[in-house]
Structure formats: C-alpha cells, structure tokens
Design a protein around this ligand. Structure first.
Ligand SMILES: *Cc1c(COP(=O)(O)O)cnc(C)c1O
Length: 346
C-alpha cells in the first residue's frame, strides 16, 4: 500500500535527478579537502546565503551543535526560545558538548520578543555566566512552521551587535521562511552570524545540512565537525544531491505551503479538530484533536488503516507536514480519510 505520508518532510526521498547526480558525482577525500562536489556545494551554499564560507555537515543537529561549540566556551550562557529544536530535540547536546547553559525565553508563536532578548543578556558581574550566543529558529518547528519577520530578526541582530554577542540561526527550513516572506534567503541570513539549514527535509536530499558563516568561523567549525565524527570521505555523493536540492527544490516550496493551507482549511471544518490558522504559514499544520475523543496515537493508528500516516503521541496534538511527494489530490484524500476516522469514533 502506498501511504500518504504527512509525518514529516524528512520522509522525502531523493528525486530521480538527485539519484542520477549522485551516481555520476566526481568525488575525493573530503577530510583532505579533495572532494570537488563537496567544494562546489559549499561554494554554492555560501553564495546563496550571502556568507563567506560554508560547510557540509551530516545533519541539522550536528550543524547546530558544531555552531554552538564554535561560538562559545564552557560555562557560558546562550539565549534560546523555550520550545526551540536545540532545547527540545538535540538530546541536551549544548550541555554535554558545548558545556553551556541555556537561558530560555517564551516566544509568541515561535517568535522571540527583541526586548526580552535584550533583558536576558547578562550584565557584567562576577557571579554571572557570560551571555555568548543568541539562537533563533526560522521557521519555528514546534510552533508549526511559523516565520520570524525580517524586522524582528533585524532588531535582535542589532541588539546582539550592540552587546558584542553573535547570533546563530537554526534555519533548518530557512527556504520555507524565505518563500513565505517572498524575499531572497540572503535577506534573512544577513541578520545572523552563522546559519544552519537542512538539505534533507523539504529540499529532498537524502542526507546533509549546511552551516554558513565567516571564513574564520567555518575554519574553526571544521575541527568540531571532525571531533563529532562528521569528517566524511567521498562525501561528494551526498553533496551531489545537495546541489540539486539548492538549484531546483528551493524554488518550489510555495506548492507545499499551498497544500498545507488547503489541508488546514479542511481540518478546521472537521468537528473535534482545532487549529490556529494564523500559524499555518509554511508547510506544517499543528492541530489539537482533543475534541475527537482520541489521543494522537489512537488517531494516527486509525488513520493508518485508511492509508494516511501522521505523527501522533500520547497527548492530543497531531502534526501534519506537506512536501514534494504530497499532491493536492493527496491532501483531499487525506481529508476524507480523517473525516471518516473522526466520524467512526462518534
Ligand atoms: C530538523 C531540524 C533540525 C535538525 O535536523 P536533523 O537533520 O534532523 O538533525 C534542527 N532544527 C530544526 C528547526 C529542525 O526542524
């Protein structure tokens, strides 16, 4: 059975063009700096994001952790949104790997308030840890793919600069943010000193993320990548798919956003399913299904019998994610399956 897979954009498979590019990729030992395809991808990524240099990493998590290790020293403090990916889904890495502590702030639908950020910066005092990094997330995953506006990014960046603190952007889905804002991705990246973004997820590459920043930053980051086991050899096979991701897949994300909106509008009309349309901005739809009398897990198991996959846990929240392999037809089919499952329960 071919499932309509709305669990995540991470389930996307490499496209035929990517497979072809991977098959034909010219490769070398990238730890020696000799893989021409990795070099090409890194140059392309730096150019697109408007930064001096870029580095291919194995995953978004590795990219964030390496960036934090490069920006900070043990014993320092970093500022993050309380539901950020780095806090929630990176296995406590900032404490274990970078040895820093977190000052978490409550965002509004994933967006930090610049005034809160400024207040959270520690003054000079012998007792206090030094604030050495501000992390932003755009789009914000747990808030439902919400976008931080350019003006907010700019304000936070100006505050950071005033205090001499760098900004790291977890831009796993930065191209979704740029698509929503209808701006070149550089316009977002320019308000961060380093940016991580994923080639996997909505861009359909099978493996890999990118970190961009200054030449000096990337040079130091390469050591931490090596330390974490991210020094890969003939990584050009991965990079080849990444090049196709950047060239082709970054330009078609509006389609996923349109499908997410169509899905959200349909879900909103199903009794027992609640959602905030304001957060439906990109390719993620977060719902509260408590009104259906099912937990997320029950709901997802029932839905699977109807050929639709979603991620549901023991609470009542269910997340739907659209991507390249979800068509408008799939959205319509998924909606009628969801209606059936909800009706059967009543
Ligand atoms: C997916 C994601 C990551 C981590 O990427 P992995 O490749 O899964 O390690 C980091 N930040 C955000 C916001 C993400 O959505």
């Amino acid at each position: 059975m071919k499932y309509i897979d709305l669990r995540s954009d991470t389930v996307t498979q490499p496209t035929p063009e990517m497979r072809e590019a991977m098959y034909k990729a010219e490769v070398g030992d990238d730890v020696y700096g000799e893989d021409p395809t990795v070099r090409k991808l890194e140059e392309m990524a730096a150019e697109m994001l408007g930064k001096e240099a870029a580095m291919l990493v194995t995953s978004g998590t590795q990219g964030n952790q390496v960036s934090i290790m490069t920006h900070t020293h043990p014993g320092e403090e970093i500022i993050l949104e309380e539901n950020s990916h780095i806090i929630t889904y990176e296995v406590g890495g900032i404490g274990y790997l970078a040895g820093v502590q977190a000052k978490t702030l409550k965002g509004n639908k994933g967006v930090l308030n610049p005034e809160d950020v400024e207040k959270a910066i520690r003054p000079k005092n012998i007792h206090f840890p030094e604030t050495s990094l501000i992390c932003l997330e755009n789009t914000h995953n747990r808030a439902g793919g919400t976008v931080t506006p350019i003006e907010v990014m700019k304000k936070i960046y100006e505050i950071a600069q005033k205090h001499g603190i760098p900004v790291h952007l977890d831009g796993a889905r930065i191209f979704n943010a740029a698509t929503y804002l209808k701006v070149d991705v550089k316009e977002i990246a320019k308000y961060a000193d380093s940016v991580m973004f994923c080639l996997s997820k909505g861009l359909c590459a099978p493996i890999g993320s990118i970190v961009v920043g200054t030449k000096e930053f990337i040079e130091r980051a390469r050591k931490y990548r090596k330390m974490l086991g991210g020094g890969m050899r003939q990584a050009g096979f991965i990079a080849a798919a990444g090049i196709v991701a950047l060239e082709k897949m970054t330009k078609r994300l509006q389609e996923d956003h349109d499908n997410a909106r169509l899905l959200a509008e349909g879900l909103k009309n199903i009794p027992g399913i609640d959602l905030d349309m304001e957060t439906v901005q990109t390719n993620i739809v977060m719902t509260d299904i408590s009104g259906t009398g099912m937990t997320g897990r029950e709901f997802s198991l029932k839905l699977k019998e109807h050929g639709v996959l979603v991620n549901g846990g023991d609470d009542f929240s269910v997340r739907f994610v659209t991507h390249y392999y979800i068509t408008k037809e799939d959205v319509k089919k998924a909606l009628s399956a969801i209606e059936k499952v909800v009706r059967e329960k009543h």
